[in-house]
Design a protein. Sequence first.
Length: 336
Amino acid sequence: MANNAYGIDLGTNNIKIYDRNDDNIHVEKNMIAIENKNTLFAYGDSAFEMYEKAPGNIHISYPLSNGVIADIKNMETLVRYFITDLQKGNLKPADFYIAVPTDVTEVEKRAFYDLIKDANVKAKKIMVVEKAVADGLGLDIDVKNSQGVLVVNVGYETTEISILSLGGIVLSRLIKVGGMRFDEAIRAAVRREFSLIIGGKTAELVKINLKELEAENKCAVVYGRDIVTGLPVEREIPTKLVDECLEEHFNTIVDNVRVILERTPPELAADIYRHGIYLTGGASQVNHLSEKLAAGTGLKVNVADSPLNSVCVGLSKIINDDNYKTVAYAIEGMSK
Ligand SMILES: Nc1ncnc2c1ncn2[C@@H]1O[C@H](COP(=O)(O)OP(=O)(O)OP(=O)(O)O)[C@@H](O)[C@H]1O
Ligand SMILES: [Mg+2]
């Protein structure tokens, strides 16, 4: 029987784990709730459920920041709990494939490897895969043979823009724009225009529902606290206002894609032009981003079928198909 194997895409907002045993991708919020500074109170989706609602003695946080591990101890705890849950409490030896961002320092990259090594999850083998390469495979691109593929992954705190060629990364840039910034922009606009304070989850919901609301010509109905009276109120927010406040962040993404295109070796331009841009990541689904990207670059934009999971789908291919194994590498020697 094949070894147990897991493919992990550690996102700032969501941790996605592919489990070979059930051939499924499991998604949980990458969040931890600690009570009285030292006791684990909740993790994953249930920690997120309490976020912005918990009392002062329960501290809820994301152990990742801007795509890299900021809180090693809590991240190890989360990985151990998630993997133990997937194995129904009985940890067996397994191989791990972990996706890492490219445009970070070697120390930050190695931290992903060390995380699995130190999480006590009985790791037999730990392999690292560049996130954009996994994304490419997950998007069904012939990554090993294509000479010029542009992948844009819009996540929670970061957007990773990468040019792939022949199974490797030619250029990559990680910028600090993503779904969180979109939510913040919505909160700021609602505060400015309606003197209304709304929570992060409300702003996220407005963002996610924007396409549908716009299609139906409806306003977003939100609940929050009036700045002047201090009382809870309901307001109708026009979608146009929300679209406008997101524009600035869309421009940042478009500008950075253009910078990467300008730096791309000309020999790769033909394939990029032919295939267009591959757009993925949870927040890439936000209203009007794909059109803005197409207009700002003159390229066709291919949107992912499963934007949240594309990295993990790629990892599943690497785990299950020996033809793709060469894109994964070990950094064992470096960690010593
Ligand atoms: N339908 C949707 N429309 C717009 N945004 C969405 C939608 N569904 C999810 N999102 C946003 O996607 C983001 C999460 O995406 P994803 O899981 O790819 O991020 P991540 O991998 O955790 O973060 P990062 O890659 O920055 O570390 C959240 O900001 C969420 O609000
Ligand atoms: Mg991500």
